[in-house]
Design a protein around this ligand. Sequence first.
Ligand SMILES: [Zn+2]
Length: 334
Amino acid sequence: MVNYKDLGLVNTREMFKKAVAGGYAIPAFNFNTMEQMQAIVQAAVETKSPVIMQVSKGARNYANATILRYMAQGAVEYAKELGCAHPEIVLHLDHGDSFELCKNCVDMGFSSVMIDGSALPYEENIALTKQVVEYAHQYDVTVEAELGVLAGVEDEVSSEESHYTKPEEVIDFATRTGCDSLAISIGTSHGAYKFKPEQCTVDPKTGRLVPPPLAFDVLHEVEKKLPGFPIVLHGSSSVPQDEVDTINKFGGALKAAVGIPEEQLREAAKSAVCKINIDSDSRLAMTAAVRKVFAEKPAEFDPRKYLGPARDSMKKLYEHKILNVLGSNDKLAQ
Ligand SMILES: [Zn+2]
C-alpha cells in the first residue's frame, strides 16, 4: 500500500473548489509514454497550472501500471527540478470499470479515480460508485463518477450513441454515492471522429464540418440542481485541423475527423465544469510531428529525432489548451 501523499501528488478536492470559484477548468491529459509525461509537466510548469495526469485501462495495459505510477512520481520531482516549488499534480484513473481496478489504483498511489458505471442501470451505477467512494475516501482519494452516456470510442470505452445526463437524477446520485465530481454527457464524444458527417453542417467559407453545439441547457440545469458541485467533461478534444492536414499531407488518411470547437469549451470552463479531458488532440499532435519527420528526413532512424519533435509539439498543444481554452494558468502557489 502506497499513499499518494508520499509521492508528492495531490487529490482533486481543493483544486476543483478553486476552479469552480475561479471560473476555469483543470486540464486532464492522458499519458502512455515518457514523452507525453514530459510534455505535460513542462507545459504545466511553464504556465504555472495545476494538472491531472490520467491513465486509462488501455494505458495500464500498454505501459504497465507500476511504471506509470513511478512516472507520475517522477513527474512531481521533474516539475520541482524545472523550478516549480509547489507542483499540483493529480494521478487519476480514467474510466475505471470495476471496484477491483479502482482499489488497485488507490493502493498503488493514485490520488484520484474514476468509476464509470454509466453503462449500468441507475441503481447499479449508484451501488458500484458508492462502494468505490467508501474505499477511496478512507485514504483521502477523490472519486469521479459518471451519469449519462457519451458516444464515441476511447480505448476500451465505446458507445454507438449518446444519452444526455438527466438533470433530475443528479442530486439523488451525488448524495447517495458521495462522489466528489460528476462526469456528464452534454454532447461531447470520445475519439477523433466525434460526429458523423450527417450530424454536422458545412462551413461555407472553409468547407469544413461544423459539429452540433453542446447542450448548455443540460449543463445549466445540472448546475442549478447542484450549485458549486464539480462537473467533468470527457471527450473534449477539438481535433485541430492543422494537425489533421499535416497528417494527411504526409501520408496519413484521417477522414472527416471532427472535434468540439474551442469556443464552446472555453464557455464550459467558466461554469461548474472544472475538469476537461483531452486525449485525442495530443495523439494527433504526436502523429503529425512523427509523420513530418519521416516524410522530410527518410534517412533518419534515431527515435530521439522524431519523438523529440513529437514531444515539443505536444507541449505546445498542452500550453495552448491551458492558456487559451481552460484558463488554468497562474493558479499555483508561489
Ligand atoms: Zn472519457
